[in-house]
Design a protein around this ligand. Structure first.
Ligand code: A2P
Length: 279
């Protein structure tokens, strides 16, 4: 069994530093992929209402027979398609996610995108305060938030997000945002930690470190996350890769490797710009 270290969130809850992400995994395949991940030793699963696979994820959680307290389940509130979210809709969406997952609580509930042009994230956060208080989410946080939005929450709410889950990988390392998180006590979580498995995994710096340590390119990149203190949720539907991606605690990158990976920073996102994204 792989020993995954935990990160202590700002409300004292422990979150595994490496989890399994199911973005783009169809519901029909999710049960199998999540089942493989749980067998491999993952205990943290990251889904979202928009992924359409909360039901498949829930099936795998139930079928695993693992005690609930050993699991760490994250899901996310999707953007309202037409108008700002109100309290009732947010609570209804949250109930629907719990029902699909077959759970009475999640470990982490996130606002999926800030949509600053809608000006509703603060009101949503007020409802998240209620959800946190009810214990139906052990922690609440945000995703794709920028410093200005984090500052606004800090100014207007006593509740600091436990986590901000953002696009982050060596090609887009988010150094500035990570510093803001450190100042506010927010844990940094990386989506697409492998850069979606594209050019990042073929870059010379990553391949050189892989060769040096006798590891795969993906393992090197995940190790970079671990050593930066980031929570990472790699996605794969390939059983061999699912297992391989968890096996990153038996080697260490040295300062030179870390610097070479840091130097891959391109300043370019793969995914949408959160300031503009309004799906
Ligand atoms: P697949 O799901 O077909 O195994 P990210 O988590 O950064 O979004 O990356 C996910 C992408 O990276 C998927 O296309 C996935 O492919 C691929 N991937 C995941 N793990 C590995 C790995 N160990 N080696 C190569 N590619 C991987």
């Amino acid at each position: 069994m792989n020993q995954v270290p935990t990160i202590q969130l700002n409300n004292g809850i422990a979150m595994p530093q490496l989890g399994f992400g199911v973005w783009q995994v169809p519901d029909a395949e999710a049960a199998q992929a999540v089942g493989t991940a749980l067998e491999a030793g993952y205990r943290s699963i990251d889904t979202a209402s928009i992924y359409g696979n909360e039901a498949g994820t829930g099936k795998a959680l139930a079928a695993s027979g693992l005690p609930r307290e050993e699991l760490f389940v994250t899901t996310k509130l999707w953007n309202h398609p037409r108008e700002p979210w109100g309290r009732d809709n947010v609570l209804r969406e949250f109930d629907a996610s719990l029902e699909k997952l077959g759970l009475d609580h999640v470990d982490l509930y996130l606002i999926h995108w800030p949509r600053p042009m809608r000006e509703d994230y603060l009101a949503i956060w007020k409802t998240f305060e209620e959800i946190a208080e009810s214990g139906r989410a052990r922690a609440v946080g945000v995703s794709n938030f920028q410093p200005a939005q984090l500052e606004r929450l800090r100014a207007e709410s006593p509740l600091v997000p436990a986590v901000n889950q953002v696009e982050l990988h060596p090609l887009f390392g988010q150094a500035e945002l990570r510093a803001v998180h450190a100042g506010l006590g927010i844990a940094t979580e990386a989506w697409s930690p492998l850069g979606q498995g594209k050019e990042l995994l073929a870059s010379p710096a990553v391949l050189a470190a892989a060769e040096k340590h006798g590891r795969s390119a993906a393992q090197v990149v995940l190790r970079w996350h671990v050593q930066h203190g980031t929570i990472a949720i790699p996605k794969s539907v390939t059983p061999e890769r699912i297992r391989q991606n968890l096996d990153v605690f038996g080697f260490e990158l040295d300062a030179e490797d870390m610097a070479a990976l840091d130097a891959l920073e391109s300043g370019r996102r793969i995914g949408p710009d959160p300031q503009e994204f309004d799906a």
